[in-house]
Design a protein around this ligand. Structure first.
Ligand SMILES: Nc1ncnc2c1ncn2[C@@H]1O[C@H](COP(=O)(O)OP(=O)(O)OP(=O)(O)O)[C@@H](O)[C@H]1O
Length: 255
């Protein structure tokens, strides 16, 4: 089956400064695609392009069979009914309670009754370990708790596609494990397609079907967990181990 998300020769520049170059990427329905790469390599930009918050300077972006790089707001809003995004810095509405934040997409995109909304919100908050926190304001929460509210909000509309920008950053290992399991169970139970940007290699290896590494705005490697682990690309090895292994250094010294 054709990919539910497909990027064809995508380029992105900000004020003439190129950030992404010739990105070609196809993500199948139900796939968990993890994006890794150093800070500033263009990972968040890629997610923002897929959800249509940014328009590419070149190329095509297909989501659920629709080319979105030239789509209008109305078409994008229809598509976003099927997409959730967990932003890097949570991006909660500070003037709304936790419950109102989680209910936001349901009020915008569905005609559920208030009673049903209350039920979904309660269930989603329980899922992220924040049962009963409906009436708390975001300013009263820690960074990790805000992240979990953001996750509950993204999941509330039962999206077909969820984009996660560093969902486990700032969380303790137990909560990180919970989030990882939520991502995999959303796929197992509902066939959700996920694109996950992460700096946590253990999390990437746990959840990914495939991993794409972005470096300097290009995809320098893409493959299954095993393929990435065994990649001979020194940039990949250096990144996943966090240091230049002496073996690679020796190999490079050979004539
Ligand atoms: N709206 C914008 N306007 C101008 N430059 C931007 C904008 N958004 C991102 N950039 C630049 O694009 C580059 C890539 O940024 P991006 O946030 O995509 O990287 P990243 O890989 O997600 O980094 P990190 O891991 O630190 O979150 C950076 O140099 C950044 O300064």
């Amino acid at each position: 089956m054709a990919g539910v998300i497909k990027l064809v020769n995508v380029n992105m520049s900000f004020r003439g400064r190129p950030v992404l170059h010739d990105i070609n990427l196809e993500i199948a329905k139900g796939e968990i695609m993890v994006i890794i790469g150093p800070s500033g390599s263009g990972k968040s930009t890629l997610l923002r392009l897929i959800i249509g918050l940014l328009k590419p300077t070149g190329g095509e972006i297909w989501v659920k069979g629709q080319e979105i790089s030239r789509a209008g707001e109305e078409e994008m809003n229809k598509l976003r009914r099927h997409m959730g995004m967990v932003f890097q810095y949570s991006a909660l509405f500070d003037s709304m309670t936790v419950g109102e934040n989680v209910a936001f997409g349901l009020r915008q995109h569905t005609d559920l009754s208030e009673e049903e909304i209350t039920r979904v919100v309660r269930r989603r908050l329980r899922m992220v370990g924040l049962a009963g926190q409906e009436n708390v304001m975001p300013s009263e929460l820690s960074g990790g708790m805000k992240k979990r509210v953001s996750l509950a909000r993204a999941m509330a509309i039962n999206p077909e596609i969820v984009l996660y920008d560093e969902p486990t950053a700032g969380l303790d290992p137990i909560m990180s494990g919970t989030i990882d399991r939520m991502i995999t169970s959303a796929r197992r139970l509902f066939g959700v397609t996920s694109v996950v940007v992460t700096h946590h290699m253990s999390s990437a290896f746990n959840i990914a079907d495939r991993i794409a590494m972005i470096y300097g705005g290009r995809i320098v490697e893409i493959g299954t967990v095993d393929e990435i682990r065994q990649s001979e690309n020194p940039i990949v090895q250096q990144f996943i181990h966090g240091y230049k292994s002496s073996a690679l250094a020796r190999r490079r010294q050979k004539p």
